[in-house]
Design a protein around this ligand. Sequence first.
Ligand code: FMN
Length: 357
Amino acid sequence: MSKSTPKNKESSRSSARRKRDHVDIVLSKDVAFCEKTTGFENIDFIHNALPEIDYKEIDNTTVFLDKKIQAPLLISCMTGGFTRGESINRLLASVCEELSIAMGVGSQRQMLDDAARDKSFRVVREIASNVPLLGNIGAVEVARLTKDEYRIDDFHRLVDAIRADALVVHCNPLQELMQPEGNTNFRGVLDGIALLVEQLHCPIIIKEVGAGISDDVARRVLSVGVKHIDIAGAGGTSWSGIEIIRRKNKTGSTTYWDWGIPTRESLQMVNALRPEYPALQIIASGGINDGVAAAKAIALGADVVGAARVFLEAGVRGGKRSLKKTIHSWIEDIKRVMFLTGVRSVSELQRVPIKDR
Ligand SMILES: Cc1cc2nc3c(=O)[nH]c(=O)nc-3n(C[C@H](O)[C@H](O)[C@H](O)COP(=O)(O)O)c2cc1C
């Protein structure tokens, strides 16, 4: 295990401050993409006037990471590691458990440096005890595995602490580049991912944070044995925007605010690799803000749909009831789309035809 040295503890504290700033900024400023959109607004379902099904028989349960969930939904990785982060995690976890959908925790980086930070993460599994739960760590930490700065046991500890069903590795070069204290040494990430795939006892999910995964990147991670990709495309929360606000725009430049591959495009690029990689599981996220958009993402090939900011806002502003109501409305909308396109199951929805508007 990496040691809790004073230097590591300071790094863990600064990481906690950063996580707190992120939540505060997301909840108080407009951090959406300015002009770029997800692309989902340009596609439509083909209405089926003869669905030949009873609405009551529609089943939108699915299996994700070997666990059955009531809808193909995920509250994407966000937080942990500071007091408010813990209470947010408790709220998100209780809703995920009650509605039986999946959840990810925010970056567990602090746990690598300071074991005292574990609690706000552990509590998530105590509450969300039956649903798929995703651990989370940054690509640059994974690269440090290849430089002997961390050991595989450090990563085992992250997974074991929350009995994670998978470990998400967030690949966020844009965010690190825009962050004043960002780490832009991305050398060795793919080798680190390969080591995790080989040696960790759970699946690895490769994820962006809102700039999208291209087919080339997907192919490279699939070639080292990854089977799960969260495309986290552009058009929703702009992490470049958040970091620009955080450093109070000292450079005056907003050039990269809208950088990234729109979610629809990224999803289609990655989904096109399915014939070559039949075991591939795709999580679609990035600006998917309602149930109809989620249904469109599934029709474009996603197995599960994730969202972060809309769920955070619903939960923190309106409390547990409001978050439950929001997620219920997504689930109902997915069902309505299934009815109006004449399909009974999530796997049928994945094959439903869609057209450009
Ligand atoms: C407050 C906040 C904190 C986040 N922290 C993380 C994180 O620690 N790790 C990660 O992989 N993604 C993190 N994300 C990114 C989200 O998981 C997601 O990929 C991104 O926000 C795009 O989705 P959205 O448009 O639905 O917000 C965070 C998002 C928010 C809003």
